[in-house]
Design a protein around this ligand. Structure first.
Ligand code: 2AM
Length: 196
């Protein structure tokens, strides 16, 4: 196949996850609170604010042929599940490498939405690693050659208490695989209002 033809060919696989995202005002508030931490830790790999999300189900790399079935399944979930009232609050880290912001509010509702999502994905025939949900919004990762900074950044942000907001849409998100030096890019494959 020529390179030009390869460019036109849809990718055979796609890396997918299902998520909710805070509205712009809640993100702007967190961004403001993070300003001193951004400045203090420029060597962390900070996620782009437009990419901030809370993963409900990580589906992994799948053949792109599964997407139509997933769309149908997730549309039905969104039609039967209600919006979830949440607040961004506090912070923490995984393994001294991943810095995250925590969530308060109807976390039980978030778990319920994640369970419904995962059940619908599984019923649509897609197999994925159904790990327990740990609700968080990832902010940054430590670089391999410079692991410092994550616990300290988490301590700096620990007092953050954001305004209430509602997760009103369910998003099916695709990402590239961050091959080489390119940062990971996310894009909505589709999203649906939570109207249940
Ligand atoms: P993270 O935010 O904690 O890094 C896209 O990569 C999203 O899926 C991210 O929110 C990421 O979680 C999550 N994710 C990536 N790999 C995962 C895995 N193996 N299990 C669960 N979630 C994963």
């Amino acid at each position: 196949m020529t390179e030009a033809a390869a460019d036109r060919e849809p990718p055979a696989t796609v890396r997918l996850f299902v998520a909710v995202a805070p509205p712009d005002e809640a993100k702007a508030e967190l961004e403001r609170a993070l300003a001193p931490t951004y400045e203090a830790h420029p060597r962390l790999r900070w996620n782009r604010i437009e990419d901030w999300h809370i993963t409900l189900a990580f589906l992994g790399e799948l053949p792109s042929g599964v997407v139509p079935g997933l769309r149908t399944a997730l549309e039905a979930v969104a039609a039967t599940q209600a919006a979830v009232a949440l607040e961004l609050s506090g912070s923490g880290h995984f393994d001294d490498r991943v810095l995250w912001c925590g969530l308060r509010g109807d976390v039980t509702g978030l778990h319920r939405l994640a369970s419904a999502t995962r059940a619908a994905v599984a019923a649509s025939g897609v197999r994925f690693d159904d790990r327990p949900l740990s609700p968080h919004l990832t902010l940054a990762r430590a670089r391999r050659d410079n692991p410092d900074g994550v616990p300290q950044a988490a301590a700096e942000l620990s007092g953050f208490a954001g305004r209430p907001w509602r997760a009103e849409r369910l998003h099916l998100v695709g990402s590239n695989f961050a091959r080489g030096p390119e940062p990971i890019r996310y894009r909505d494959v589709a999203s649906w209002p939570l109207t249940g």
